[in-house]
Write a protein that binds this ligand. Sequence first.
Ligand SMILES: Nc1ncnc2c1ncn2[C@@H]1O[C@H](COP(=O)(O)OP(=O)(O)OP(=O)(O)O)[C@@H](O)[C@H]1O
Length: 210
Amino acid sequence: MQITATGLSKRFAREWIFRGLSHTFAAGSATAILGPNGAGKSTLLNTLAGQLLPTQGTVAYLENDRAVAVEDVPQRLAYAAPYLELIEELTLTELIKFHTRFKPLRPGLTSDELVSLMYLEKSRHKLVRDFSSGMKQRLKLALALYADAPLLLLDEPTTNLDRTGVAWYREHVAATRAGRTVLVSSNVPEEYDFCEQQLQITDFGAQAAR
Ligand SMILES: Nc1ncnc2c1ncn2[C@@H]1O[C@H](COP(=O)(O)OP(=O)(O)OP(=O)(O)O)[C@@H](O)[C@H]1O
């Protein structure tokens, strides 16, 4: 899916978070959205995904040369972020079953295979509430990486992951990124060094707005 931002600007109250951002995210490309804490990376991801309305400017989506309406973006979107919560009252098996009703896995991949890919076989019947923070992050990532969705948004993807977890993320993002438009919001090179493009949010930030 191609995403074209034109003159995109977002303001919360009196504060411009970014302003005048025009950029085309080509179908199949991977872009890192970089900037310090609070610079507006998550806000930009959410605006590009159509989850937040821009204050000014537009976002347009194109899939196989056809325009996609913003209300049809969520079904094409897989999103992992620290602020997106898992349903903690469910067991792993229940959660995958529930989640994949709305966001199916890529063709041919079963829920059992997903559990194996996450190395969580022993935790099938454990409540997600009782997972460690690293296990929860691996679960969030796996549900996004292995979703059948052409747009993949990863916000600070290695949050809570140890060295093994980071290596796992890198292996599985490499295995699943082909053909998808990937946006990674990050401060950590090992999260985004596979991205061929980088966008510095501060280039479109408060200073640029003055
Ligand atoms: N709903 C909101 N209402 C008002 N201000 C908001 C809202 N969401 C974000 N902000 C503000 O927008 C700015 C950018 O926040 P954002 O979370 O996008 O930054 P970030 O670059 O992703 O930060 P981090 O690296 O810490 O995750 C911050 O000043 C934040 O307080």
